[in-house]
Design a protein around this ligand. Structure first.
Ligand code: LLP
Length: 436
């Protein structure tokens, strides 16, 4: 599946030794495998081939233009949630008709931009947004395809509360029972072509079952709307497929598809179109974060490895207690991981807290993690970092955001340079008497 493998005792991305990349580009650095990204998109699309879906990659997951460009070239559209993401998707060359736009708080300007480009679907999340969009479209003298994001009141499986979106009372979407009224209202707004239903339950969802429940509700709604004279052209089932952070825990795309395809097949057979918005399952294991051990220290009973990447670079452990497998790029004693499990216990290993340099006590990448014995200067690879890694990186502590490198075969190229001190202050206005 993914193309990060140990060869001659050292971790490689495709054919490139990560030790060489760390020397060339410094650390911390995100490294992505082009082949993994492309293969994930192709495998996912193949698993759902019976539905012939439009796969709109969730740009928020990892939004570097080069990755978007690669995915776009592979046939993907884009799921965007801001004017900025729309700008990225268009800049990367993704055709506007393959772009869908969700988000509970779109501004008038963002809606204007979406309409000006005549994107595929605006996924409207409230009655007020529908009215604003109608006004924008009228002013622009255009028409626009619209979907309503429905809140189906379904809890994801294994989905953290912080990333659950489809349960009652959440800020996302329109309650199921109000959707028919929204369609009735939209019928009086001829500039809107309201013909889509959108759901997104949350992320990640470790079972196909919540999708089946939610889509069953959506299809019941679709039948009711059709009977009321509102035919539905598109069902967008959102994102949320899990990534394999720990070997074996996440269902594969085929497993999701085996349950979901039969539910949606009749809709497609009747001429309907399916859209999906995966992010994590495509990008997570297409990227690692390379970081170097700066110091080893004792802290009471614990051994702490202070590394050069912290919550400023990869916030998921600090924010969600997320598990990211990590392993030395060249492990002592050639100790290559048998698989990625949290409770890995190996003979020549030691337990470490792996902490970043940020002045914040939540700044850990891992706690009580069993790793081959580390030395100062050792390189670590943090796996599963391609999704919600760089996309959530900040300049907290006035730190420099990492570089990003794309590997293709035996070659690599820088696709985002590391921040500079100039970047840190570039948007700030001149001091009285001159800036610097
Ligand atoms: N569609 C919509 C409308 C979404 O809000 C999201 C993710 C996706 C698709 C993509 O979901 P995926 O396939 O990647 O699971 N920062 C959190 C995840 C937040 C997800 C937000 N929405 C994390 O690091 O786990």
């Amino acid at each position: 599946m993914d193309r990060f493998t140990y060869k001659n005792g050292s971790l490689h991305c495709e054919e490139v030794n990560l030790e060489d990349l760390a020397v060339e580009y410094g650390t911390p650095t995100y490294v992505y495998s082009r082949d993994t990204l492309a293969t994930h998109l192709a495998d996912l699309t193949a698993a759902f081939a019976d539905l012939d879906p439009l796969v709109c990659y969730a740009v928020k997951t990892c939004s570097n233009l080069h990755l978007l460009h690669e995915l776009g070239a592979g046939g993907a559209g884009a799921d965007v949630v801001s004017g900025g993401e729309l700008h990225r998707a268009l800049t990367a060359g993704i055709p506007a008709e393959r772009i869908v736009f969700a988000g509970v708080g779109k501004s008038r300007e963002e809606l204007e931009e979406a309409v000006a480009h005549n994107i595929g679907y605006v996924n409207v999340e409230s009655e007020s947004e529908l009215e604003l969009l109608a006004d924008v479209v009228r002013q622009a003298g255009r028409t626009q395809r619209v979907a309503i994001r429905v809140n189906p009141d379904v809890q994801g499986h294994g989905t953290p509360e912080k990333t659950t979106t489809g349960t009652r009372g959440s800020k996302f979407g329109v309650d199921l029972e109000r959707v028919a009224d929204v369609f009735a209202r939209a019928a009086q707004l001829p500039q809107l072509r309201l013909a889509g239903l959108h759901v997104h339950l949350g992320s990640p969802i470790y079972s196909p079952e919540p999708y089946v429940r939610a889509l069953t509700r959506v299809l019941e709604l679709e039948a009711r709307l059709r009977a009321a004279g509102h035919p539905i052209e598109v069902i967008n089932m959102g994102g949320g497929f899990a990534a394999d952070y720990e070997t074996g825990l996440a269902p594969g795309w085929k497993e999701y598809a085996a349950a979901i395809v039969p539910v949606l097949r009749p809709f497609v057979a009747a001429g309907g179109r399916v859209i999906m918005e995966p992010g994590r399952s495509i990008a997570a294991n297409a990227g690692v974060l390379l970081t170097r051990v700066r110091y080893l220290k004792s802290a009471g009973p614990r051994t702490v490895a202070i590394v050069d990447a912290g919550m400023n670079n990869l916030i998921r452990a600090a924010l969600y207690d997320a598990f990211h497998f990590m392993w030395p790029v060249r492990p002592a004693g050639g100790l290559v991981p048998p698989n990625r499990t949290e409770d890995l216990r190996l003979e020549d290993s030691q337990e470490y807290d792996v902490a970043g340099p940020i002045c914040e006590s939540s700044d850990y990448l891992a706690r009580a993690r069993s790793l081959p014995r580390l030395g100062e200067g050792d390189l670590l690879a943090v796996f599963g970092a391609g999704a919600y890694g760089m996309a959530m990186a900040s300049q907290y502590n006035s730190s420099l955001r990492p570089a990003e490198v794309l590997v293709e075969g035996d070659g690599s190229r820088l696709i985002r340079r590391r921040d500079t001190y100039h970047d840190l202050v570039a948007a700030e206005l001149d001091l009285p008497g001159g800036k610097f």
